[in-house]
Design a protein around this ligand. Sequence first.
Ligand code: CTP
Ligand code: MG
Length: 187
Amino acid sequence: MTPLETALAGLWLMLPALIPNSAAVIWGGGTPMDFGRSWRGKRILGDGKTWRGFVGGALTGTAFGIFQIWLASALEAEPGWGFGDWPVSLCVVLSLSFGSMLGDSAGSFVKRRLGRGRGSKTPGLDQYSFVLGAIVLVLVFQQTWFRAHYIEGDGIYGLALFLVVVPVLHRVANIIGYKMGKKNVPW
Ligand code: CTP
Ligand code: MG
């Protein structure tokens, strides 16, 4: 694959980590993950982290990842465009999607410890906590796959492209969520 193809494939393969965040906005509501509890006078996670959002978001990312696995096999795509052989593929997709929501929750945990309320703007943390969570989980469970796609060869271009587009896509998704009345603030 050319460096450009590798970069685009890197972006494509990160979609199961990218989708959960936006999907959580649509699924969100109901019981908060911290059940309303506080720690040292501040909410553990806050009302913006709900079970429905977590599970719905992660499963939407997983479902899209399974579609990608199917598509790669149906089109007989090069290995560079895939999540690897079964069952590695499913493990990668689950790590990316659940890792994304775990990272997002961890980000809110940090925000609350910093004394910042739900929905407050915290540049960096807002855009990258889910990225970090997804990468950490995939490194724990499928390090070989991650290295092959994002470190070795031209893989680093895919990682760089992903890190650049994340804040842009995050902003666009949040403006859409705001217009839909699903979010109180457009960020
Ligand atoms: N959401 C949810 N459950 C999650 C994650 C997100 O219900 N686990 C929904 C909530 O309605 C949330 C919205 O998606 O308000 C946007 O997510 P996010 O920006 O991560 O939450 P914030 O409201 O900004 O809260 P925080 O300050 O904790 O990030
Ligand atoms: Mg937010």
